[in-house]
Design a binder for this molecule. Structure first.
Ligand SMILES: Cc1ncc(COP(=O)(O)O)c(C=O)c1O
Length: 393
């Protein structure tokens, strides 16, 4: 038998997908499951965004489109970066429209990484951050971001992880799975470190507009940082548009030129009617209000879980209030059970779908990720069931 790409031996099957398959099977068997495993907003895409897409299709935009992205969309993205982050990007040269945030991350890493380069990635972190670097033949070094340090790496841990082969640091704030994000001063330190060692920073900011405390700072918004920072973002989470597959990379012009080649040779372009809908979503004032309302709803659900946790007073389920994103990373280390076993048993015994913390790295062992991108009723019922189950152990 012919061999396959050995890089895939280094990548584990996504625990999220495995869990989703189990949940589907149970549901098909007639079981009542509270699904708190997905990272997908429970809101529908606003109908006006759909209208914009339909109109673009009716106007004939059903063929190939510009691979860099339409100028009006790139301008809308640059304006968003100014409006939300105080950043200034040239839409002509410094923005690339991508097939969602994951493709922005792919084009970013493909543009800067050479085989054998070391990539520093906090642990825990969304699995694709590591998996993509491995697929591109990078060498991933995990930097512990432990719960007792608010899920942010101690500054010394970056220094310890660095090697002369280190090329890039991957940041993701607010974080999936923890919701954590660091202070402006911390980011300044990381950027100083990157400057000293001539590193790139790839900053995945797909949850950038979902925060519950002081607004997080973009990694590119630190003085002098823009020239070494690549911003990955998308409309998926912020505009409830996960299925539309549209995002963007914002980076120095010479990086965008390389990323454009990666885009042209992987997807050609983002569907033109989707680009038009995205430009509408980013610019229409009423849509910005809808987005703010979604954030307010997540904030209420976050309060709901914090209130329940206070009321239930469980020693076994410790709740760390997330600063952003739409997940709780629940600490069940008191049970001394693996995250995978916990999730399997909670699914079978209590009927709640979750994601094992170990899917995000070693530091996630003993934790489970619970989404609040589900109805208030599901979040409340799911959380109560998790606590009741844990108390029975
Ligand atoms: C941290 C993080 N980055 C990127 C993505 C991918 O976003 P998109 O759906 O826009 O590709 C996800 C999706 O879950 C995510 O959690």
């Amino acid at each position: 038998m012919q061999s396959i790409n050995i890089q895939f031996d280094l990548i584990r099957q996504s625990a999220t997908v495995a869990m989703a398959d189990k949940i589907l099977a149970l549901k098909a068997g007639g079981h009542n499951i509270v699904g708190l495993q997905v990272g997908d907003p429970d809101f529908g895409t606003h109908p006006a965004i759909m209208d914009a897409a339909l109109k673009a299709m009716q106007d004939g935009l059903t063929h190939y489109g510009p691979s860099r992205g339409y100028p009006d969309l790139r301008t809308a993205i640059a304006n968003k970066l100014t409006r939300d982050e105080g950043l200034s990007y040239d839409p002509a040269t410094e923005i690339l429209v991508t097939h969602g945030g994951i493709h922005a991350y792919y084009t970013a890493m493909q543009s800067i990484l050479n085989p054998g380069d070391d990539v520093l990635i906090p642990d825990p972190s969304w699995a694709t951050h590591s998996n993509m670097a491995i697929m591109l033949r990078g060498n991933v070094i995990r930097v512990p971001a432990p719960a007792d340090n608010g899920f942010i790496p101690q500054f010394d841990s970056w220094l310890k992880a660095w090697t002369p082969q280190t090329k890039v640091i991957v940041l993701n704030y607010p974080s999936n799975p923890t919701g954590a994000y660091p202070s402006h001063d911390y980011l300044q330190h990381v950027q100083d470190f990157a400057k000293e060692h001539n590193l790139w920073i790839v900053s995945d900011e797909v949850y950038g507009s979902l925060y519950y405390e002081q607004r997080p700072t973009s990694a590119a918004a630190i003085d002098g940082a823009k020239e070494r920072t690549l911003i990955v973002n998308s409309l998926s989470k912020s505009y409830a548009m996960t299925g539309w597959r549209v995002g963007f990379l914002a980076a120095p012009a010479h990086v965008i030129e390389a990323a454009l080649k990666a885009g042209q040779n992987s997807i050609t372009c983002v569907a033109p009617f989707i680009q038009k809908a995205a430009a509408f979503a980013l610019t229409d004032p009423a849509i910005q209000e809808v987005t703010a309302n979604m954030r307010a709803t997540y904030a209420k659900r976050r309060e709901l879980v914090l209130r329940l946790s206070h009321e239930l007073e469980s020693e076994k389920v410790k709740v760390i209030p997330p600063q952003g994103a739409f997940y709780f990373f629940l600490d069940l280390r008191a049970l001394k059970m693996s995250s995978i076993e916990m999730c399997e048993r909670i699914l079978e015994d209590a009927g709640v779908g979750l994601v094992p913390g170990s899917a995000f790295g070693e530091q996630g062992e003993g934790f489970i990720r619970m989404t609040i991108a589900a109805s208030d009723e599901e979040v409340e019922a799911g959380f109560r069931k998790i606590v009741e189950w844990a108390e029975r152990q």
